[in-house]
Design a protein around this ligand. Sequence first.
Ligand SMILES: [Zn+2]
Length: 70
Amino acid sequence: MPIYEYHCSQCEKDFELLVRSSTIIECPDCGNQELRKKLSTFAISSGTQSHASELCGSCGMTPGTCGFDA
Ligand SMILES: [Zn+2]
């Protein structure tokens, strides 16, 4: 299950959220639903961890796994 990091622009809080299809994405502090999604901390598979230091400049994920890397 994907865990995403969000930043609330209203109360400046960063938090992680386990997102299911039915999940309503809102700030646990103030209930704001206009959140900025940060990079997924869970998207790097175990098979690519040896390259974890070479992160994609676009999204911070391992090159080749995010679609942004050329
Ligand atoms: Zn908030």
